[in-house]
Design a protein around this ligand. Structure first.
Ligand SMILES: Cc1cc2nc3c(=O)[nH]c(=O)nc-3n(C[C@H](O)[C@H](O)[C@H](O)COP(=O)(O)OP(=O)(O)OC[C@H]3O[C@@H](n4cnc5c(N)ncnc54)[C@H](O)[C@@H]3O)c2cc1C
Length: 423
């Protein structure tokens, strides 16, 4: 049994009647067969009720083994509860890498992929784009495998599955040869510079993140992450579009110690110790927080940032930090980046839901002109009808859920409301 039935941030207490931590696939199958309502739970990092169930919650905590590496096909198979931090270290030791990571390595692979979790990088899709096969227990207790190779469109619908298709027990992910990276930070980039230089900046290296507290029309920090091949020395300009190269390690929230952040200042290190902002062995982020994020089609990037800038007076008092990232287009039906490259405009809020709840509709109103889509696992106030209208594959996704789960065992309030429009 899970002792504390709340999510990582502590802003949501699960309402499930029972919590289970099965150790075998057979136990999962048994639980699924005997339950009317259930849902799989990863590492509980989502900020809303997407992972909850009125009946049973099945934690995949014990499914934390790496099953095997297929060197010929450059693929790794993992149990669903494996955390990225654990997988990344193991892969590096075997000579391999994942294409990207989120800001923190503590999240489970299944949970992250189910909600289209992403890092940053013009050429890099969200983490779910690396999935080439899923093994899952469906509503009648069957163990099935869906793969990119064999299941075509259905597979594209299943990967960002929001926990609605069943309990994922294993995933196979694409890998590539391991590489070393460096991370460098610049300070104080004027927003105005992005009107001309957004694309140039974001395409300049492997992964770019901009951080701002929206107190001024300035990005307080620009984090640049790039591979460094052997024997290549890189000399950085002291200035970048008006920003200045930092002279010390920084936390995205300037007042916090950089101790729990991954190493900066151009120090070389393995990809998995540079792509996330936060180190595996430390508490990620600042802890007491809420998060929201909106994915905006890339072509509207600068205009979207301008409209957010106009809401500064409402946003800044509630904000810890805001981050802007870029994500490549993909083919996954429920990914906010389906068929369109996006930028993610992320907000790490103070833990003040009453305040945040009031400012989100302002942000959503302003971003509506760009058809911005909220991150599935973060906090938003958009109406279900509006959200449904933003996904062209929504009707197909509903059919897919009904196919694998005709009785709605894996449906919860979140799926009823935002996918099926039932409140
Ligand atoms: C500090 C912090 C930093 C974050 N940084 C980022 C970031 O950089 N980028 C980003 O995009 N997001 C980020 N997030 C959001 C986070 O990636 C998502 O909430 C993600 O879903 C968390 O994975 P989890 O394992 O905790 O999933 P959970 O919250 O436990 O579950 C999420 C969903 O996955 C489903 N699920 C989980 N396991 C299974 C399974 N085995 N089978 C079927 N369905 C399953 C659940 O049913 C639920 O629908 C961050 C969150 C926090 C708290």
């Amino acid at each position: 049994m899970i002792e504390n039935p709340s999510n990582w941030a502590g802003n949501y207490t699960y309402r499930a009647a029972q919590f289970h931590q099965p150790e075998t696939v057979e136990q999962i199958q048994e639980l699924v067969v005997h339950s009317n309502k259930l849902k799989a739970l990863g590492t509980r990092h989502s900020f809303n009720d997407i992972a909850d169930s009125p009946g049973d919650l099945i934690s995949l905590e014990h499914f934390n083994q790496i099953v095997g590496l297929d060197r010929e096909h450059q693929a790794v198979t993992v149990e669903a509860g494996v955390r990225y931090g654990q997988l990344a270290r193991w892969l590096h030791n075997e000579g391999y890498a994942l294409h990207n990571l989120a800001s923190l390595p503590h999240i489970s692979v299944a949970g992250a992929c189910a909600t289209a979790t992403h890092g940053s990088g013009d050429k890099h899709g969200n983490l779910a784009t690396a999935v080439s096969a899923l093994e899952l227990v469906t509503a009648n207790g069957d163990l099935i495998v869906l793969s990119r190779e064999k299941d075509g469109e259905q597979f594209q619908g299943a990967v960002v599955g929001l926990g609605g298709l069943g309990v994922i027990t294993k995933l196979t992910l694409d890998v590539s040869p391991t590489f070393e990276m460096r991370q460098d930070v610049y300070e104080n980039l004027p927003l105005a510079e992005l009107e001309e230089h957004f694309d140039e900046l974001f395409s300049s290296v492997y992964s770019v993140s901009l951080f701002t507290d929206w107190r001024n029309a300035i990005f307080n920090q620009v984090w640049l992450k790039r591979p460094v091949p052997d024997n290549v020395s890189i000399k950085l300009d002291p200035k970048l579009f008006g920003a200045t190269l930092a002279k010390s390690h920084l936390h995205p929230i300037a007042t916090l110690s950089a101790e729990n952040c991954t190493e900066q200042m151009g120090v070389r290190g393995p990809w998995y110790e540079r792509l996330p902002h936060f180190r595996m062995d430390f508490t990620p982020s600042s802890g007491e927080e809420l998060q929201s994020e909106y994915l905006v089609p890339r072509r509207h990037a600068f205009k979207a940032l301008q409209v957010i800038d106009q809401l500064r007076e409402y946003i800044a008092p509630l904000l810890q930090i805001s981050e802007v990232r870029s994500i490549a287009a993909d083919d996954l039906w429920m990914s906010p980046c389906y068929k369109q490259a996006c930028i993610g405009i992320h907000f790490t809020w103070k833990k003040d839901w009453d305040g945040v709840r009031n400012v989100l509709p302002r942000i959503e109103d302003q971003l509506a002109q760009f058809n911005a889509r909220p991150h599935w696992a973060k906090l938003f106030t958009m109406s279900p009808a509006r959200l449904q209208s933003l996904y062209e594959k929504m009707p197909d996704f509903r059919q897919l859920l009904e196919h694998y789960d005709p009785q709605g065992k894996f449906r919860n309030e979140f799926l009823d409301k935002y996918i099926f429009g039932i409140s």
